[in-house]
Design a protein around this ligand. Structure first.
Ligand SMILES: Nc1nc2c(ncn2[C@@H]2O[C@H](COP(=O)(O)OP(=O)(O)OP(=O)(O)O)[C@@H](O)[C@H]2O)c(=O)[nH]1
Ligand SMILES: [Mg+2]
Length: 367
């Protein structure tokens, strides 16, 4: 019998704990036991990520693409749903298209110019079942996904179930889609044991929260909770490998929709497009822009009338002070206020402090 590597041993441990969790009925009396098992499981999975999998062989090149532009969008979905067709339409990329699966084998980057922003889009190999175990370059694809600012999850009208399948794969890999991180602050202390502070009544009992914290190695810490936690969110709060990424769901090939009317089911949840006939592509670009939280401000030079000549792409909620920082030191020196026109101004040329928020299409002259 072949000797088991540490990867296989860890996977066996994971399987065993997963079984124990399945076999343990969940109620108040077992809650902290389950909490501990879940924490153990999460830690084991974290460790696995840093080890090479023997089953997927050595990592080949092509998967570490430099992030460029104002944001990076990763396009994922099952094989042959039209990912490459779409990236070729949205960007300058020339990704190979073919009527069979596994046409794209590495990461193909493209750049989309949209509303003065440069948005990088990455076309990756199709995600298949078992991706997290390395099938179909799955682990490499998932690691590219982790670096994304936004995911476009794509399938076609013949495989509506792919959305749920892919969501599960992402979840299993610690990738949280369209969710905010748990509102939990963990402060390590030198002594004093574990303090759990919550201003809301929690359904989980404090003992469970303490057990989980301990399992993650926090013996002395202050844990401040500001949301009602489920067990999943509690584990997420302590796990270091979680990422929180927004996503858009796209259903392709609606030009073939006579084949199936089922996609109505996904209306509201997904955007229906045809990459081949360009249907819905403008809507998709707008959705990408919105979901990235982008907006534009216009910088007005001291000697100029308000105008739209110098756009700057920024994210919503940014303060005028932060916009100034982005422009560079030589411009920001000595500037303490701003004169603004358009959205956000009470009247044209209003003078405001730099702690004001910027608004989409605001014209700004720093003074
Ligand atoms: N009818 C129709 N066919 C499409 C559409 N988009 C892509 N296709 C076709 O679907 C097939 C697969 O397209 P690709 O763009 O190569 O798909 P992919 O998702 O990149 O596939 P992999 O790289 O193998 O994962 C090709 O024959 C395309 O011409 C569409 O909107 N409508
Ligand atoms: Mg492809």
């Amino acid at each position: 019998m072949a000797k088991l590597g540490s990867y296989e041993i860890a996977r066996m441990k994971i399987k065993r704990i997963e079984k124990e969790i399945r076999d343990t009925p969940y109620h108040k009396g077992t809650e902290h036991h389950i909490g501990r098992l879940r924490a153990k499981l999460s830690k084991l999975k974290e460790d696995l990520e840093w080890r090479p999998s023997t089953s997927s062989g050595s990592s080949r090149g092509g998967y570490s693409v430099k992030k460029q532009g104002d944001a990076t969008v990763v396009l994922i979905g099952p094989p042959s749903v039209g990912k490459s067709t779409l990236i070729n339409k949205l960007t300058n990329a020339k990704s190979k298209i073919a009527p069979y699966s596994f046409t794209t084998l590495t990461v193909i980057p493209g750049m989309m110019d949209y509303r003065d922003a440069k948005i990088q889009i990455l076309d990756v190999p199709g995600l298949i079942k078992g991706a997290e175990e390395g099938k179909g370059r799955g682990r490499e694809v998932l690691s590219v996904v982790r670096g994304a600012n936004l995911l476009v999850v794509m399938t076609d009208i013949d495989d509506l179930a792919a959305f749920d399948r892919i969501n599960k794969t992402l979840e299993k890999n610690g990738i949280r889609v369209n969710k905010l991180p748990p509102d939990v602050k963990i402060e390590k202390k030198m002594k004093g044991g574990l303090q759990v502070i919550s201003n809301i009544k929690q359904e989980l009992d404090k003992e469970t929260i303490r057990e989980v914290a301990k399992e993650f190695g926090y013996g002395n810490a202050e844990v401040t909770i500001r949301e009602k936690l489920t067990m999943d969110r509690l584990i997420d709060a302590f796990s270091r490998n979680r990422v929180y990424i927004p996503a858009i769901y796209v259903l392709n090939k609606i030009d073939l929709q006579h084949k199936s009317h089922k996609h109505n089911f996904y209306k509201g949840r997904s955007l229906a497009i045809s990459a081949e006939t360009d249907t819905g592509l403008d809507l998709l670009k707008n959705e990408i822009w919105k979901k990235l939280g982008f907006m534009r401000v216009y910088l007005v030079k001291p000697d100029e009338e308000p105008n739209n000549n110098n756009p700057l792409v920024v994210t919503k909620g940014i303060l005028l002070r932060e916009v100034l920082k982005l422009i560079g030191e030589e411009f920001s020196e000595g500037k303490t206020q701003a004169k603004i026109w358009g959205p956000g101004s009470k009247f044209p040329g209003q003078i405001v402090s730099l702690s004001k928020s910027a608004e989409d299409k605001m014209m700004i002259r720093y003074i």
